[in-house]
Ligand binder design. Structure first.
Ligand SMILES: *Cc1c(COP(=O)(O)O)cnc(C)c1O
Length: 376
């Protein structure tokens, strides 16, 4: 049989795949002569791995002719001890984004609904689209927070998954205990609620609950954590889900076999050693102090910055996002623009944060200066 040029043999893909958006990664900093450049576009941890973690990585590297422990047993035992939960409540995968995709796979049939706030983490629409689920995006409030009453109202018979992002990437605010408890009490018991806490370690608002504590009270709650941000292991790809046993075991069964490498497992175990973790959390405290300093400085300049509870801050500059990101880039600061919405900036080294403040002061539109009406 021949194929004529006018009818090329194109493999038939699932129809929904054409509508799957591409993940837009933060761009690297562009080298500039005589200028140290900083990548503030992917919410990475600016601190290099601890020596003890590097040693564990090197030791594990010597075993890569073997498959890793498929159960990630030592790693999950360390996580379970640290969180005070059972290993049967845990599942791991190559980053919490992979766990999120698995959660959509195990809950959604085509046409089922996934409810999440928008704007939130850009992996959410991709995850829903790949699962052939219908994304139900509930707009954030004017102060860039989840609108939980509106999200509750958006739940229908078809809703299988609700994703909450706290702190919310890219806008910064975190969900507070009272609103979250009210929401969880009202969500139908058979709808899985995912609390994506990728930045939980950076939270300093005492009103923000710890997902691990909330999880005990709610059989339909899954908490996602990652070692990519506070623990500085983004390049190793490892996330953990805390779920009730039936969901956790389904996540384990739906996982890519041997997904999390021996190197990643060893790095997590080393990072959870008491002294190592204390040092890592000290670095987190440094970043939190820097975040609060930068947010205060920007607000003083007149920028409208929402509450920032992660390792990043949000400049809601709307149509100026791409233009202003270019201006920061010209000064050696790679930031993450979201066209038409705003700019997300990762808090990093003091030198980067200082430069951010310096450059930001030169970029404010006249109408945005402190004291001016910015309500338009
Ligand atoms: C960075 C991030 C993740 C994490 O990702 P990994 O896949 O674990 O690296 C998850 N959720 C949100 C909201 C994030 O910003």
């Amino acid at each position: 049989m021949t194929t004529t040029p006018s009818t090329p043999a194109v493999p038939r893909l699932r129809a929904n795949m054409a509508g799957v958006p591409a993940y837009v990664a933060g761009k690297p900093a562009v080298a500039r002569a005589g200028l140290e450049v900083f990548k503030l576009s992917s919410n990475e941890n600016p601190f290099p791995p601890l020596p003890s973690v590097l040693t564990a990585i090197a030791r594990a590297a010597a075993t890569v002719n073997r498959y890793p422990d498929p159960t990630a047993g030592a790693m999950l035992a360390a996580v379970a001890t640290r969180w005070g939960v059972g290993v049967e409540d845990l599942a791991t995968a190559t980053g919490s984004v992979r766990l999120l995709a698995q959660l959509a796979e195990i809950t959604c049939a085509p046409g089922d609904e996934v409810v999440y706030a928008w704007r939130a983490f850009e992996a959410y629409p991709i995850t829903a689209a790949i699962a052939d689920a219908t994304a139900v995006e509930v707009p954030l409030t004017a102060d860039a927070r989840h609108d939980l009453p509106a999200m509750l109202a958006a739940i229908t018979e078809r809703t299988r998954l609700v994703i909450l992002c706290s702190p919310n990437n890219p806008t910064g605010p975190a969900l507070r205990r009272a609103e979250l408890e009210r929401f969880l009490a009202a969500v139908p018991r058979d709808v899985l609620v995912v609390l994506d806490e990728a930045y939980r370690e950076f939270v300093d608002d005492p009103e923000v609950p710890d997902g691990v504590e909330l999880w005990r009270e709610h059989p339909n709650l899954v908490v996602l954590r990652t070692f990519s941000k506070a623990y500085g292991l983004a390049g190793l790809r490892v996330g953990v889900a805390l779920a009730h046993p039936e969901v956790a075991s389904t996540l384990r069964r739906s996982a890519t076999p041997f997904g999390v490498s021996a190197i990643a497992q060893a790095a997590v175990v080393a990072s959870l050693q008491t002294a190592a973790e204390a040092e890592l959390l000290e670095r987190v405290a440094t970043l939190v102090a820097e975040r609060n300093r930068v947010v205060a400085g920007l607000r003083e300049q007149g920028w409208d910055v929402p509450d920032a509870q992660g390792n990043f801050l949000w400049l809601p500059v709307g149509e100026r996002a791409v233009e202003l990101a270019g201006a920061f880039g010209a000064e050696g600061l790679a930031v993450r623009p979201f066209a038409g919405a705003g700019i997300r900036v990762t808090v990093a080294e003091t030198a980067a944060n200082d430069r951010l403040l310096r450059v930001a002061a030169t970029l404010l539109a006249p109408g945005q200066r402190a004291g001016a009406d910015v309500s338009s």
